[in-house]
Design a protein around this ligand. Structure first.
Ligand code: FAD
Length: 312
């Protein structure tokens, strides 16, 4: 008779792929309630209803802060629903939020979760997927931070309605941190890495120049990914890291360029539907999992591929 509470920091727009996966997982439990730290948009309400979830709790849009509002919303939603399972994303903000609520509620948190069973046993991958571990809360509520691309998105198919209620946060405590400056980052026109159908990823072999990868990604409408060697070198943002300590992707096509294929990199991309590897070393481990391997210099192969795609 488990009751799941699925929490989103922002439901002011239509839910994306990773959010839909969380809704799918939540919908498998006896009761499921959505809570959001923003107002829930009309598109989001329709999507929630399509998973057979009939109740959602919302709070007014937050000001700028560092998670206090989201923590207050999650705390109030837990009080109101009496859930024994909280489902969150596995991004760093959600994991921190999960840890904070776990401390506040003396609850258990498990991160990198790939599934939660009806009897509240969370499964997570260990050592880059070499084995999986099952964990159970020994202290009340289980908080599970679920990895993207772990759950097959499956709406219930029936278009019901969702009843949206305002959460009473009481008097929110004054934030302990105040924002003194905000600098907007340039917004990329590329699809987000976790949701892209095509990913072009580069490693140490790009030698500091992601230009040929960006050109190919533009030709394909792809997202850019990277190995840890490339992000650690500062050639590209850490947000682009694919692998055990980065993001897990499962696109239709993953093009790996100048990446050797270490187990920690494979952990984040080996479920891609089709893998093309470009590497100048014929013995590179990445060729073991590639559907198509190209032995060559990426600085020559990628521009040729981009030119050919544009020509067609
Ligand atoms: P390398 O292993 O140095 O490989 C570079 C490749 O480029 C070589 O195969 C070479 O033949 C090829 N190459 C060179 N020049 C060219 C060229 N001109 N054209 C074509 N090919 C060329 N790694 C991740 O990626 N993601 C993670 O999340 C991650 N997490 C980790 C967590 C832990 C706890 C640890 C210990 C390690 C982790 N790593 C992770 C690091 C991982 O072990 C590897 O060190 C890393 O993936 C190597 O990156 P790379 O393949 O780009 O570099």
């Amino acid at each position: 008779m488990s009751s799941a509470l699925v929490f989103f920091s922002d439901l002011s727009a239509a839910p994306g792929k990773a959010q839909r996966e969380l809704l799918t997982l939540a919908s498998r439990f006896q009761t499921a309630v959505v809570a959001a730290a923003t107002e829930i948009s009309a598109e989001a309400r329709d999507v929630i209803a399509s998973y057979g979830i009939g109740t959602a709790l919302q709070a007014a849009n937050p000001g700028q802060g560092f998670g206090e509002h989201e923590l207050a919303v999650l705390d109030a939603a837990l009080l109101q629903t009496d859930a024994d399972l909280v489902l969150l994303g596995n991004d760093s903000f959600s994991r921190e939020l999960g840890a904070r609520i776990a401390v506040r509620r003396n609850a258990a948190i498990v991160t990198d979760v790939v599934d939660v069973s009806a009897d509240l046993i969370a499964t997570k991958d260990e050592l880059a997927g070499s084995y999986s571990a099952s964990a159970k809360s020994t202290t009340g509520v289980l908080i599970a931070a679920v990895k993207p691309n772990s759950i097959q998105d499956a709406p219930a198919g029936s278009a019901g309605t969702v009843q949206v209620k305002e959460l009473d946060l009481g008097a929110e405590q004054a934030p302990k941190v105040s924002v003194v400056g905000v600098e907007e980052k340039a917004v990329s026109e590329r699809p987000s890495l976790g949701e892209a159908r095509v990913v072009v990823a580069g490693g140490r072999g790009v030698d500091g120049d992601f230009g040929p990868l960006e050109d190919l990604a533009d030709a394909l409408g792809a997202a850019i990914g990277a190995s840890r060697a490339a992000t650690d070198a500062g050639w590209i943002s850490h947000d682009a890291q694919v692998g055990q300590t980065g993001i897990t992707v499962s696109p239709q096509l993953y093009i790996s360029a100048g990446i050797s294929g270490a187990i920690q990199q494979k952990a984040g991309m080996q479920t891609s539907k089709y893998i093309i590897a470009v590497n100048k070393d014929v013995d590179a481990p990445v060729f073991e999992i590639a559907d198509l391997g190209i032995v060559g210099d990426l600085a020559k192969v990628l521009p040729q591929a981009a030119a050919e795609i544009r020509r067609r």
